[in-house]
Ligand binder design. Structure first.
Ligand SMILES: [Ca+2]
Length: 506
C-alpha cells in the first residue's frame, strides 16, 4: 500500500519535478500575512514562486450551514462559525501540508538523486554518442579525404599520362620532321645530280649531233661517189650490151654460114647420088618447109608437143618453134614462155625484134617473126598462166596480130574470154611495143625501165608477162614482176606463162 501511494504521488509530481529540475533546484519557503491579515504560504522553487493562501476565520463572514464545506472557501472569507473547530482544522491541514511538503521534499531528493545518476548516465551517453558521431564524422571525413586524395592522384596520373603522351608525340613529330628534312636534303641532292647528268647528256647530245652531221657529210660524199660509180657501171653495161649485140650479129652470120654449108652438103649429096634417089632426110626438110605454123604440123599428123621447124612464105630460112599439141585441141605455136627464170627478159628493142632464149625452154619468138607469121593468116591468141599455188588460168582472144616495125609492132586484139579475169589484162584497144631503149608507151615515164622487159605498155597497163622473174616467197608486192592484173592483182609475180597462137579456122 505504501508503494502504491508512493507511485501515485510520484507520478503526480513528476511533471512538477521536471519543471523544477530544468531550472535551479534551490527552494525557499516562507510564511506570512498580507496587508488584509490573510495568511499565506509561499514556496520559492528556482525562478518560480508558488503562493498558497490559507483559509482564516473572519468575523464578518457567516456560514450558511454548519459543518458544510464550501469549495470556494479559499477565495472568500469563511464565516466565523466555530473558531476553535476551524483552528483545529487549519492545524490539521497545516500538518497535512507539512507532511505533503516533506513528502515532496523526499520525492524531490529522490528524483534529484535519480536524476543525477540519470543525468550523469545521459551525459555519459550523450558524450558517448557525441564522440561516436564525431568519430563517425571523422571517419567519414577521413574516407572522403582519402577518396578525394585518390581522385586527385588519379587526376594527377591522368595528367602525367597525358603529358607523357604529348611528350612522346612531340618527340615523334620532331623525329618525323627530321626524317623529312633528311629526305628533302637527299632529294635536293638527287635533283642537283640529275641536273648535272642532264647537262652532261645535253653536251653528249650536242657532240652526237656534231658527229652525225659529220657522218652525214661523209655519207653524202660516199653517195655521190657511188652515184658516179653507178654511172660508170651503166656506161660499162651499155658498152657490154653493144658488144653482145655485135656478138649476136656474128652469131646470125655464123648461122647463115652453117645454112650455106648445109646447102653445099646437100648439093654434094645430090651429086653423089647419080641415080637421083632423094634421101629421107632431105624429103623431110622439104616437107618441113611447107609448114607455116604448128597447126599445119598438127594437121600433118604430128600431135606430140615439142620443137618443130616452120617456114614462112617471105622468109627463106626456117624457124624453130615450140608446138603445143595438147592445150585446147593442140596446134598452138608458142610465141612466149616463162617457167623458171633461167632467161633474162631485160632486153633491147633489137633483141625483142629478133627473139631470144631457147624454144624448148624460156624464150621470146621475136616481134619480126610474129609480125610475118600473123600477117599470112588470121590467128587467135591463148595465154596460159600458173600461180605459185599451182592454179591454172587462161585468157583467149579471137583475133591477134602485130603491126610492122614501122608500126612499132602494135598489138591488135579482139574478143577476150577465159578464166584469168573477166576483163582483159592486155590493152584490148591496142598498144605499141616498148623496150628499155625504145619508149612507145602512153606514160610520161618509161614503163619498160620501171617495170622491166619489153611489152605492149599503155601507161603502164594491167599486164607485163616479160617482167622480172621472182621465186616463191619473193613474188608478192612486186610491181615489176610477171603481172596479169585481173588474175592475181597488180603486185603478184606469176610462176609460169605461155603465149601461143593458132589459126582462127583451126
Ligand atoms: Ca613514155
Amino acid at each position: 500500500m505504501i508503494w502504491e501511494m508512493f507511485a501515485y504521488h510520484f507520478l503526480s509530481l513528476v511533471f512538477l519535478a521536471v519543471l523544477m529540475g530544468s531550472a535551479s533546484v534551490v527552494e525557499q519557503r516562507s510564511r506570512g500575512a498580507d496587508s488584509n491579515g490573510r495568511r499565506y504560504s509561499r514556496i520559492q522553487h528556482g525562478q518560480c514562486m508558488y503562493t498558497f493562501i490559507l483559509p482564516e476565520n473572519d468575523s464578518n463572514c457567516r456560514e450558511g450551514k454548519a459543518g458544510q464545506y464550501d469549495t470556494n472557501s479559499l477565495q472568500r472569507d469563511a464565516p466565523q462559525v466555530d473558531l476553535e473547530f476551524s483552528t483545529q482544522k487549519i492545524q490539521h491541514l497545516e500538518h497535512v501540508m507539512e507532511n505533503y511538503t516533506q513528502w515532496l521534499q523526499k520525492i524531490e531528493n529522490y528524483i534529484q538523486e535519480n536524476m543525477k545518476t540519470e543525468m550523469a548516465q545521459l551525459q555519459q551517453n550523450a558524450v558517448h554518442n557525441h564522440t561516436a558521431t564525431m568519430l563517425e564524422i571523422g571517419t567519414s571525413l577521413l574516407s572522403q579525404t582519402a577518396e578525394q586524395t585518390r581522385k586527385l592522384t588519379d587526376v594527377e596520373m591522368q595528367v602525367l599520362n597525358q603529358t607523357s603522351r604529348l611528350e612522346i608525340q612531340l618527340l615523334e613529330n620532331s623525329l618525323s620532321t627530321k626524317k623529312l628534312e633528311n629526305k628533302l636534303l637527299l632529294q635536293t641532292n638527287e635533283i642537283s645530280n640529275l641536273h648535272e647528268k642532264n647537262s652532261l647528256l645535253e653536251n653528249k647530245m650536242l657532240e652526237m649531233e656534231d658527229r652525225h652531221k659529220e657522218e652525214l657529210e661523209v655519207l653524202r660524199n660516199e653517195k655521190a661517189s657511188l652515184q658516179n660509180l653507178v654511172g660508170r657501171q651503166s656506161k660499162i653495161i651499155q658498152e657490154l650490151e653493144n658488144q653482145l649485140n655485135k656478138a649476136t650479129g656474128n652469131n646470125s652470120i655464123l648461122q647463115k654460114q652453117q645454112l650455106d654449108l648445109m646447102e653445099t652438103v646437100q648439093g654434094l649429096v645430090n651429086l653423089c647420088s647419080k641415080e637421083g634417089v632423094v634421101p629421107r632426110s632431105t624429103k623431110r626438110t622439104e616437107e618441113e618447109k611447107r609448114y607455116r605454123d604448128c597447126a599445119d604440123i598438127y594437121h600433118a599428123g604430128f600431135n606430140k608437143s615439142g620443137v618443130y621447124s616452120i617456114n614462112i612464105n617471105n622468109m627463106l630460112e626456117t624457124k624453130k618453134v615450140y608446138c603445143n599439141m595438147e592445150a585446147a585441141g593442140g596446134g598452138w605455136t608458142v610465141i612466149q614462155r616463162r617457167e623458171d627464170g633461167s632467161v633474162d627478159f631485160q632486153r633491147t628493142w633489137k633483141e625483142y625484134k629478133m627473139g631470144f632464149g631457147s624454144p624448148s625452154g624460156e624464150h621470146w619468138l621475136g616481134n619480126e617473126f610474129m609480125f610475118l607469121l600473123t600477117s599470112q593468116r588470121q590467128y587467135a591468141l591463148r595465154i596460159e598462166l600458173t600461180d605459185w599455188d599451182g592454179n591454172h588460168a587462161f585468157s583467149q582472144y579471137d583475133r591477134f596480130h602485130l603491126g610492122s616495125e614501122k608500126q612499132k609492132y602494135r598489138l591488135f586484139l579482139k574478143s577476150h574470154s577465159g578464166t584469168a579475169g573477166k576483163q582483159s589484162s592486155l590493152v584490148i584497144h591496142g598498144a605499141d611495143f616498148s623496150t628499155k631503149d625504145v619508149d612507145n608507151d602512153n606514160c610520161i615515164c618509161k614503163c619498160a625501165v620501171m617495170l622491166t622487159g619489153g611489152w605492149w605498155f599503155d601507161a603502164c597497163g594491167p599486164s607485163n608477162l616479160n617482167g622480172m622473174y621472182y621465186t616463191l616467197g619473193h613474188n608478192l608486192g612486186k610491181l615489176n614482176g610477171i603481172k596479169w592484173h585481173y588474175f592475181k592483182g597488180p603486185s603478184y609475180s606469176l610462176r609460169a606463162t605461155t603465149m601461143m597462137i593458132r589459126p582462127l579456122d583451126f
